[in-house]
Structure formats: C-alpha cells, structure tokens
Design a protein around this ligand. Sequence first.
Ligand code: TXE
Length: 482
Amino acid sequence: MSELIKIRNYVNGKLVDPVMGKYLENINPASGEVYALIPDSDGKDVDAAVKYAKEAFHSWSKTSIEYRHDILSKISDLIRDNLKLLAKAESKDNGKPLWLAKEVDIPRAAANFKFFANAITLFASQAHETDQTAINYTIRRPLGVVSCISPWNLPLYLFTWKIAPALAAGNTVVAKPSELTPMTAFLLSTICMEAGLPAGVLNIVHGYGHSAGQAMVSHDDVKAVSFTGGTETGQKIATLAAPKFKKLSLELGGKNPNIIFADCDYDDMLATTIQSSFSNQGQICLCGSRIFVERPIYEKFKKDFVEAVRKLKVGHPDQPDTRIGALVSASHLDKVKSYLELAKEEGGKILFGGKEVIVEGFENGYYLEPAIIEGLAFDCRTNQEEIFGPVVSIMPFDTEKEVLEYANSVRYGLSCSIWTQNLKRATRISSEIEAGIVWVNTWMLRDLRTPFGGMKDSGIGREGGLDALNFFTEAKNVCIKY
Ligand code: TXE
C-alpha cells in the first residue's frame, strides 16, 4: 500500500499535528481503501485554535474592507488555479464524479470567496430619521471568533460558503469540515497561507463532531456557530449553544417535493428531474426526493423516467461517463439500503434500481443503483424521513389542494420545485408551500444574493448575500436627537 497522506490542522497560520497525536483513517469511498490520516482533534486543539483566533481578531476586525477584499479575492483565484488538484481530491474523498467536482463543487468554492470579497465592499449600514426629530444610525461590527461546521456532501463548496462571509465581515474563524471529507479543507489551509491570510484569522481543526465539533460549539469564546448537517446534530448543537446565547445558523435536512403538473414543459422537466433526484448520488439537501405527478401524465412520466434512470451509469468517479459515483461511506450505504427495505415493508414497489453495484477493479467501493419507488402513502416513513441517497418516491395526484397537503406533510421545509406553465398556479403554490426555497420550472438555479435556508426542522436562519453578512455581524443602533 502506498504511504498514507497525513492531514494536519491549520492553527495560527501553521500546519500542526493534533495535541494528543491521534489520527483517524480516511477512506476513499470509490475503492473502500484507507488513503489518508485525519487528526482526531479534541478540546485541547480547539482551545488553542480559539485562543489564536481571539488574538487575531483584534487586528483582522480593524483591517480595511479593501484589504479583506483583496485577500479573499486572492484565495478565490488560487482555488481556480488549483481546480484540477482540488476536484481530484474532492472526488476521491467523497465518491462524487470527478467531472461534477470540476464543473460544480470547486468553481462554486472559488465563487463563494469572490462573491463575499465583493459583497463586503457594498455592505452599508442603515440610517432612519424619526419624525424629523432624531436620526438613528446602525453600526454593524463583526462578532469575534465564530465556528463554521460543514458536512460531507458538498465539502469545499459548503465549507467556503460559511467561511468566506465570516472572514469578509471581519470575524476570525475556527472551522471543522466533516471527518468523512477533510481533504479539500486541508488543501484550503495551504491556499490561505499562499494568499497571505494573516496567522490565526482562519483555523481549521479536523476530527469528529462529538469531540472537536462539540468543543467548538461549547467554547465560551465562540460567539456564533454556522452549521450545515443532519437535523439531529442541529438539535444537539442548538441545545449546547442556547444557554450561552450564541448566534446560530442551522442548515439541516430536507425531504423536498418535486410537484409536476400535466401542463409543464415535459422534456425540460424530465431532464431536470433526473438531476434533482440523483445529482451527487442524491446526497444534496435540495434534492427532490418526493415526486408528485399530476395523474394525466403519471403513467407516461413513470415509463420515461424509469427508462432514463436505467441509462445513468453507476461507476468509478474518475470515468467521464459516470453519472452516479460512490456513496460517501459504508454506513451511509447501509442507511440508504435500510430505507429500501423499509419501503418494501411499507408496501412500496421498487420500479427500478436499489441494488448494490460491483465496479470492476473497485469491488470494495460503495456503489448503489439509483432507485425509484412507487405505491407508497404520502405519510409513511419512507416518504417522511430524509434518506439522503439515490432514492426517490413517485406518487400521482389529482388536485392542487391534495398535492399541497402531501407536500407540506413532512417535518422539513427546505426546498420545492414546481413544474407548470400556469403562472397563477405557480404563484399560488409558491405562496402556500412550506419551504424556504421555491424553484418554478427549474432546480438548484442559484443566485448567491438570495436568502438560502429552510423552514420547520430544516433549520434556523438564512445564508447567502446580505443575510450571511448580517448573521456574522451584530447591529448597534445610535439615536441622536436633533
Ligand atoms: O451528518 P452530521 P452525518 C443528513 C443526512 C445524513 C444525516 C447524518 O440525512 O444521513 O444528516 O449525516 C459535525 N457537535 N445530512 O452524520 O453528523 C460532523 O463532524 C458539533 C444532511 O454525516 O450532522 C460534520 O462536520 N458538530 C446534510 C457535521 O457536523 C458535530 C448534509 C455534519 O455531520 C456534532 C449531511 C456535534 N455534536 C448530512 N456531531 C445537509 N443538510 O446538507 C457531528 N458534527
């Protein structure tokens, strides 16, 4: 076996070993092989990182906007310059197709830094005149040390989505990527060093959520936590942070409806629905896992969808024609498979897929055929719980009222797609649907200025644009009587 890559923490501008010298194994999901070691950091590593971040805050928070703009912009340029290396690392760590990492994940990470480098230059405070007797003006200051904790499905994409606005607003950061996909965050450390980011401004501590992650959330000097991950983890984090009155932004799970009316642009809908169902092996919180189809086109949709999904190639992430790569881990594969069993117990019929795939030369990888289920009640567990894999359930409906009831029946409220040419219907459903993000005749068309986040158990707060900069700053209002 070739020598294992050793990932290190990034603390006070340097790459360092974890204090206790312990490491975890990092597995390549496409082959099932261990290929790197990850620091198994604990409270001691987090304490050191927070201490340096606190020291760095004094100067970083007072730097000019132009200075921060230039450094963040430089980081963005370096991410672009290293596109191939980062995409390869992301694909190897996560199991996603290499072309997807190249076309989406890494360009988006660069775009996050560029966007917030620019956004901060336009972030102005407000003034309000009160009945011509006084003027109020609002000062917005960074919070101090903040923590950013991200998941494994879109590793560098979501890591930078949090770090970039936090740094742009003048905070210093102690961050942790998922222990399942730490590699691109590690590579980002060296990019930040090359870009001249001052020591201590960004600290990246690797390790488990229950040790390193929890130590960040509980630390008295961490003023805010921005987290993306599972809803149960979000609950734990909220429980730890609430007594200390920390600011919280939680982007959690989803069980998103994809509502298809008979009058839709059918070809566009079908092509997009394949993506919204199975992109990134269905491991995107925005994937539309519950597909509701108006009855007049249900049978046609079912036939065409199954036929199209059958053609999606499950294969090694490096192969350019692979559409479905490997799932992120053996335990996640087991979780997804257990839901397919549950679906059968609940009376569902698997129209296609759901079997493990053996990829030649990579027999120990975590590959699964994309699965389409029909015949399930809208309120059964398979249709209510987040599976977060390449599994969708299709259901017919007859009326708008009925489909709204089905769509809104889950504990989640992250996103929704609506397919119709009828503008009145699209606006009616957009207003009634319980989701933070609604797409009409599209899916995952992102504009980084828009508020991003969910209702109900999908989270608290919104990321993106001014919402992110507001989150990472605190408002102070000054009222002056004329
Ligand atoms: O995520 P976790 P997991 C959903 C999806 C998935 C389920 C569990 O349904 O099957 O969540 O996935 C860190 N204090 N999503 O277990 O545990 C952890 O180290 C502080 C949806 O992999 O939520 C990692 O960095 N941090 C989702 C991050 O939290 C803690 C994306 C996310 O891990 C912690 C991923 C703790 N106590 C999974 N425990 C989405 N919304 O996009 C864990 N972490």
